[in-house]
Design a protein around this ligand. Structure first.
Ligand SMILES: [Zn+2]
Length: 377
């Protein structure tokens, strides 16, 4: 099923043409979130730089040394364009063709928008914890699989009336299970190579579980994104969660490996997965027009030509991230330029607000919801 009627597609194409000369702002009224009906899909992809999100592929990194086996001319044809606007649309067509025109994105430092992490560490577990609980916890100081001592917004929401049993999280990285505190959280918290067994078995799920167990492993603690994504899809179809979390990891792993081609391909697949999730939601009577999608990353990375491979405290640039969203409650700000900085610590309260709950009251240390979130009272 197509996401939009043809007329709207034409409209967006026209608006897209205008976007080159005027900022995308207030194209239409924001549909406020109706807390009794809303669903939130929070998607993270690990260590995807704001540079690729806003500028597209960096042609200077498409060298033989930064790739293994992939023909460079194919990558250039797919992703290199003459302007940042064209390059980013080639890399992430759903983000730039749908999410941004209908929602908003923060973090383009080229236009003065600042989105960053506040944990000071600029690596994964501190970033996931900051996102899920709404504040940086100095105790989360490694990527070790330690159960999160903090209660995530998902764990709390899962106990609220109307939301009980309506939460699930999926992570390609095994430590995502710890970020949610598997032992305590009370919902399906599937991560890494483990099979999904909490829903009735289907032939597809059985095959996915086998592939996870039997495919040779490139990374000991992280699957490729595909099995995680399709496992999550099986879960959504079976259980219709209202609060759904998905973390993908290849964008980080291929960059650490210095493989820019695979990093671009992984980014492009993340965009495809977002489109699939959105189309799936819009084809379902429960989810249609009542699903908000939020996309961000746990940390950034350094600059070309070398530091793009890495991140962390010693690479100050890696604190910069992007945050994108669309759906009920999300203002139609398009690509935000300038303005007040936003932080990763604002995501937890944003998720709660969309389903009518006040995370800041529950957890005063948490960041405030992103600006302009509109909810029916
Ligand atoms: Zn990393």
């Amino acid at each position: 099923m197509k996401v939009f009627p043809k007329k709207l597609l034409v409209l967006f194409t026209i608006l897209g043409a205008f976007a080159a000369v005027i900022p995308l702002r207030a194209q239409s009224a924001t549909q406020p979130a109706n807390p009794t009906h809303e669903h939130v899909f929070l998607i993270m992809t690990d260590g995807l730089r704001w540079q690729e999100v806003f500028r597209g592929a960096d042609a200077s990194l498409l060298t033989k040394a930064n790739n293994d086996n992939q023909p460079i001319d194919t990558l250039v044809r797919q992703y290199v364009r003459s302007s940042p606007q064209q390059a980013r649309a080639a890399l992430m067509p759903f983000l730039w063709g749908h999410i941004v025109p209908e929602g908003e994105i923060y973090g383009n430092r080229d236009t003065g928008s600042d989105a960053h992490v506040t944990n000071g560490r600029n690596f994964s577990y501190p970033g996931y914890s900051e996102t899920l609980v709404g504040y940086a916890d100095p105790r989360i100081n490694s990527n070790d699989p330690v159960p999160n001592p903090n209660v995530t917004v998902f764990e709390w929401l899962n106990k609220q009336p109307g939301l009980a049993g309506k939460t699930a999280s999926f992570g390609a990285w095994s430590v995502i299970a710890d970020a949610f505190n598997r032992q305590r959280c009370g919902f399906t918290d599937n991560a890494g190579y483990e099979p999904l067994t909490s829903i009735p078995m289907t032939p597809r799920l059985d095959l996915l579980n086998h592939l996870k167990a039997e495919t040779p492993r490139v990374w000991a603690d992280e699957t490729f994104d595909a099995p995680t994504f399709y496992t999550a899809v099986e879960y959504i179809e079976a259980k219709h969660p209202r609060l759904f979390y998905l973390s993908l990891g290849e964008t980080d792993d291929w960059a650490h490996a210095g493989n820019y081609g695979r990093y671009l391909e992984a980014t492009n697949r993340v965009d495809m997965y977002l489109r699939r999730l959105w189309e799936m939601a819009q084809a379902d009577p429960e989810y249609r027009d009542h699903t908000t999608l939020i996309l961000l990353t746990d940390h950034g990375r350094g600059e070309a030509p070398v530091e793009w491979k890495s991140h962390g405290q010693k690479i100050p640039d890696s604190k910069y991230i992007f945050i994108a969203a669309m759906g009920p409650g999300i203002p139609h700000n398009g690509e935000v330029a300038g303005g007040t900085p936003v932080t990763q610590s604002q995501i937890a309260a944003t998720v709660a607000k969309l389903v009518g709950k006040d995370w800041n009251k529950q957890t005063p240390a948490a960041g405030q919801p992103l600006p302009g979130i509109q909810v029916v009272h």
